[in-house]
Design a protein around this ligand. Structure first.
Ligand SMILES: [Zn+2]
Length: 257
């Protein structure tokens, strides 16, 4: 599943193609049939492209915003005009075309046109925790939200809750716990504030780099490496499903406690 760094990276690629420009808009997917976005957004320039956690917003003049969440399947493509797309045209939900290029949203699945005021009052969006990739992380806000959660919940699972901190997914949860040498199975009630912050501080530089270059893989030291030696102590990396969604968690039982 795309995590916050992937979404920030998409925003970074999309921005120069549409910001300050009036795009031609098509939404060919049947799920958006009859939505008339081209009509509603006709003549309106894109004023900004921003990400909060795993959510991406394309903001338009006149109080409009397109909101996207990729969940497990979606993706954003950016192309020169006429360049071949990496996914089939039938998978395109949204196409924005300007003189600078084409921005294509593939496979949805959350794609909606909202008013700016609705984005502020939308429950799902209003409940989001601080963005892990904010230039200045709201550490106090993160800790307050973490402490309001169930103290018996494992820290690895708690970090995936987008109401506590927005943008961390399963890869960065594993890597952050590894870097801070904290067992992802430890209950949050047994993690000090310093320990919880150490995880988030440890993963932010890698996430920020990946948000710039899109190369998340090079930051993986335990994720998807079950059975291979821990890069720190050599013990085999372990894996097991965690939380309600049974997300496969990777960790070293020797040097994370
Ligand atoms: Zn180890």
């Amino acid at each position: 599943m795309p995590e916050g760094d992937t979404i920030h990276f998409a925003a970074r690629r999309i921005r120069p193609l549409v910001e300050g420009r009036i795009p031609e808009i098509e939404h060919p997917h049947p799920r958006l049939r009859g939505e008339r976005w081209a009509e509603k957004l006709a003549g309106r320039a894109v004023t900004g492209v921003d990400a909060h956690g795993k959510h991406l917003f394309l903001r338009f003049e006149g109080d409009f915003a397109i909101h996207s969440h990729l969940r497990m399947t979606g993706s954003w493509g950016t192309y020169r005009r006429g360049e071949r797309w990496r996914r089939g045209t039938h998978r395109a939900w949204l196409v924005l075309r300007t003189d600078a290029g084409e921005v294509v949203q593939f496979d949805g699945p959350v794609l909606e046109l909202l008013t700016e005021s609705r984005t502020r009052f939308d429950r799902r969006l209003a409940q989001l925790g601080p963005d892990v990739l904010a230039p200045q992380l709201d550490e106090a806000g993160f800790l307050r939200r973490l402490r309001a959660d169930d103290p018996a919940r494992a820290i690895g699972d708690a970090l995936l809750d987008q109401r506590t901190i927005a943008g961390i997914g399963n890869v960065w949860k594993c890597e952050g716990c590894f870097a801070a040498q904290i067992d992802p199975w430890r209950p949050t009630g047994a993690c000090s504030d310093d320990e919880a912050l150490a995880i988030v501080r440890a993963l932010r530089p890698g996430m920020a780099q990946s948000a710039l270059d899109g190369m998340q893989d090079r930051h993986r030291r335990v994720y998807a490496r079950a059975g291979r030696p821990c890069p720190r102590c050599g013990a085999p990396i372990r894996s097991r499903g965690q939380g309600e969604d049974n997300r496969i968690t990777y960790w070293c039982a020797e040097c994370q406690s």
